[in-house]
Design a binder for this molecule. Sequence first.
Ligand SMILES: Cc1cc2nc3c(=O)[nH]c(=O)nc-3n(C[C@H](O)[C@H](O)[C@H](O)COP(=O)(O)OP(=O)(O)OC[C@H]3O[C@@H](n4cnc5c(N)ncnc54)[C@H](O)[C@@H]3O)c2cc1C
Length: 196
Amino acid sequence: MIAGGVIGITTAYWLKKLDADVTLLEQSNTLADGASFGNGGQLSYSFPDALANPAILKRLPLILLGMDPAIRIRPTLDPDLIRWGIRFLRNCKLAKSDEVTLRLFDYTARSASLMQEFASGEDSTFDHRTPGKLVLIRRGDVPGASRISQLKRQQGCDIEVVMAREATDIEPALESWSEPFDAAIWTRNDGSGDSN
Ligand SMILES: Cc1cc2nc3c(=O)[nH]c(=O)nc-3n(C[C@H](O)[C@H](O)[C@H](O)COP(=O)(O)OP(=O)(O)OC[C@H]3O[C@@H](n4cnc5c(N)ncnc54)[C@H](O)[C@@H]3O)c2cc1C
């Protein structure tokens, strides 16, 4: 196995459980020193939503100008980047992004059950909790969130869109939340863990 981030380590762990002879090769002196180090520890199995979707097209100018808070792409004339960009844009269609999201949900549902198995075992030493997750949204996002939530429910995901009052009943700390929100996407099976 090459690479000692969360993906390499957990792959090695499960292979070892299957009695495989595993050697992990990591270039750095520390394990989980790359992207895994910065991890926020959210276990968001209910949100494997495809990045390529129609909504992202509106953000494209800011992304290309380096002004999007979450996504950075450095535009270059690299043919690989151009090919990838064309494929990405072609996938920004509702039907395609639904298809990819639901396909990915099959993986995250499997991940969730493996995590339960891991967290209940004696090897687990990280602070695993499953309090659920609330994603706050504005009124204009409610129809889209309800639509994709319904599709995910058909795949067995425990997800619903609740109005602001109900979200505050679920998480009373929202009573003093200063940013306006009208509704929330509420998922009961998402959790968190201390990734460090
Ligand atoms: C700020 C931040 C917050 C995040 N928050 C979340 C979150 O809340 N929830 C979530 O699910 N995801 C989150 N992510 C994403 C998540 O952390 C990454 O998807 C995940 O850590 C990727 O793991 P990895 O093992 O693939 O990569 P890495 O953790 O980057 O590991 C790759 C490893 O490979 C090693 N390596 C590379 N080349 C070689 C080589 N040739 N030989 C040997 N070793 C090599 C590197 O040194 C590194 O240790 C976050 C990411 C960031 C940056």
